[in-house]
Design a protein around this ligand. Sequence first.
Ligand code: T46
Length: 143
Amino acid sequence: MIPLPAECELVELQIRGDDRGSLIAIENGSQIPFDVKRVYYIFGTTAGTSRGFHAHHDLRQFAICVAGSCVMTLDDGVQRYQVRLDRPDLGLQIGSPIWREMSEFSPDCVLLVLADAPYQDSDYIRDYADFQQIARKSAGDEA
Ligand code: T46
C-alpha cells in the first residue's frame, strides 16, 4: 500500500467494461464521498512543468489521471508523500489542509479533478510557512 497523509486516500474506481471497452461512472454518493460542485481538468502541460504549490483551507477534491500520468506530491506539514497517478480507474482523494505539487506530467496527461466547492481564491494557502502553521493548528485541534 502507498503511504499517504491521513487526509488523503487512493480509491479504485469500478470499471464497467465489456467487449467494446471500458466506462467509469461517478455520481454524487457513489465512488466518491462528497457532492461534486465543480469539475476542472489540466491538460497540455508544458514539458518539465510543475503546478500546485498550495493548500486549501477547506476543500475536498478527487483527482483522476484519465489519460497519461503525473506525480502528485502531498505534504501534511510533517511529511511529504508521493503518488504516481497513471490509471483512469485510480482516484486520489485530497482533503484539507494538504500542500500539493504536481509534476512529471506526460505529454498526453489529462488530470480530471472533482471538487466539493466552487472556485474561491480566498480558500488558497499559497505561502508554505502559513500552511505549516495552519497544518500544525489543525493537527492540534484533532489531538
Ligand atoms: C488543485 C490542483 C490539483 C479557475 O478559474 N477555476 C478553477 O476551478 C481552477 C481550479 C482554477 N481557475 C483559474 C485560477 C488560475 O488563474 O485557473 C488558473 C490556474 O489555476 P491554478 O494555478 O490554481 O492551477 P494549479 O494546477 O496550480 O492547481 C489546481 C487547482 O487550482 C488546485 O485547487 O488542488 O489543481
